[in-house]
Design a protein. Structure first.
Length: 432
């Protein structure tokens, strides 16, 4: 409002302020949708590590725009910063899980893939802390809150130049000796390096072939893996994890807590989200992906349905607000054992190196699209049908359960070259 008055000598009405706030939120998601298709292009040219460096630079530019937008009284600078931030985030989401999985030995691929989810949930908690009004969540300090991520980007960029490039990527580029050196740094075991290099040789010829998005989408053998990757990302966002935060503070206030206490309880839910994600590496190392995804989808659907019942009964029976808090916590637990982490790395376990970057970018696009779709639809659905909007999220979780049960083969401790043939017959595929 201050920027509009200063720059354009006009005062925004309440509806215009609402539209502007929606634009500030949604343009980040639009940036994500625009950035996802570019991930495989940059990944092929710059490498996995190179694209992470590029993403870090983009985030720093985004932070600068958001830091100085209030000083410059520029709404446009704020929107530009958010757009660039979305572009950078899309590149990271499509590349970082793939980079981690390609660096790790097969038995640890799922464990390291979970770290993307840990970073996201940890960022949510940090954002909640920063947004408290006694930290940076004030009218004068909010630009510093938006730009605060730049500090962590600088910390993350400092050591990245000492990290090895993905050996699989180097082999796909025909740089065999550099791939061996990188692999030796990671494994420090000559026998294991020789075994993995021999396995790389089998796939390097295919991985070195240039492949287009059209070829990936039109390849009938890749139909089911693409459906799984894109559906998992779509179900993750449409399961309602972000919509949960829409209701949480209201549930706490309905329980008799003050607004200040409710905000702290909401932070506690976010912290629970983070803690459960921290357990992810242990879960993924010991339990099968297929089982955890099925259980996650099934129990997420159950707890969302029970939450709807609790929210309706809470209107007449105040004590049910505490039951709703329990259902919220159980839903977060169910979400984080499968739906939270698995979509980010499953593409690395079911796609061979050649189509992998394109396939993961395709899935990432659906993640951003679903996030945007839910953000636009849920407030409307909530105003029309109230808590019953969560039943749509529950139904989408059921779809995720059925898809996993019928078509996803187990990928733990298996190479993509062994998993891919199990899905090459599309809807006629039979899992083993």
């Amino acid at each position: 409002m201050e920027s509009a008055l200063t720059r354009y000598s006009s005062r925004l009405g309440e509806s215009q302020v609402t539209i502007m706030m929606s634009a500030v939120v949604s343009i980040f998601l639009i940036g994500g949708m625009l950035g996802a298709p570019f991930a495989p292009i940059f990944s092929a040219r710059l490498g996995r590590r190179g694209i992470l460096v590029l993403s870090g630079m983009l985030i720093l530019v985004s932070c600068i725009c958001q830091l100085f937008c209030r000083m410059a009284n520029s709404i446009e600078m704020l929107l530009l910063g958010r757009l660039i931030g979305g572009l950078a985030a899309a590149l990271i989401y499509a590349t970082q899980p793939m980079y981690l999985v390609e660096l790790a030995p097969a038995e640890l691929s799922g464990s390291v893939g979970v770290f993307t989810c840990i970073g996201i949930t940890g960022g949510i908690v940090l954002g909640q802390v920063i947004s408290f009004n006694f930290v940076l969540g004030t009218e004068k300090l909010w630009p510093y809150a938006l730009a605060g991520s730049g500090i962590f980007v600088i910390i993350g960029l400092a050591p990245i130049f000492w990290f090895p490039e993905s050996p699989r990527f180097l082999m796909s580029q025909g740089r065999r000796e550099k791939a061996r050196v990188a692999l030796m740094r990671l494994r420090r075991d000559e026998a294991r390096v020789n075994a993995e290099m021999a396995e790389f040789e089998v796939t390097s010829e295919k991985a070195g072939q240039k492949i287009t998005m059209k070829e990936v989408l039109c390849n009938s053998k890749l139909k089911m893996p693409l459906i799984i990757v894109s559906s998992f990302h779509f179900v993750q966002q449409m399961s309602g994890i972000n919509a949960i935060w829409f209701y949480s503070v209201d549930i706490f206030t309905q329980s008799g807590f003050t607004l200040a206490v409710s905000l702290w309880l909401n932070f506690a839910l976010g912290f629970l989200n983070f803690v459960v994600a921290l357990v992810g590496p242990l879960i993924m190392r010991r339990l099968n992906r297929r089982l955890m995804m099925m259980l996650s989808c099934l129990f997420s659907a159950i707890f969302l349905t029970l939450l709807v019942v609790g929210l309706k009964l809470m209107l007449s029976i105040k004590e049910f607000s505490f039951v709703c808090i329990a259902f919220l916590s159980l839903y977060i637990l169910a979400f984080n054992v499968g739906l939270g982490p698995i979509p980010y790395f499953i593409g690395s376990e079911i796609f061979e190196p050649a189509p992998r970057p394109l396939a993961m970018a395709f899935g990432s696009f659906f993640n951003w699209f679903a996030n945007f779709l839910l953000g636009m639809m849920f407030p409307i659905l909530n105003s029309v049908i109230g808590p019953y909007a969560f039943l749509i999220c529950a139904a989408i979780c059921v779809y995720g359960f059925l898809l996993t049960c019928r078509y996803l083969p187990e990928t733990r401790n298996r190479e993509p070259k062994d998993v891919a043939p199990l899905m090459e017959n599309g809807f006629r595929s039979k899992i083993k």
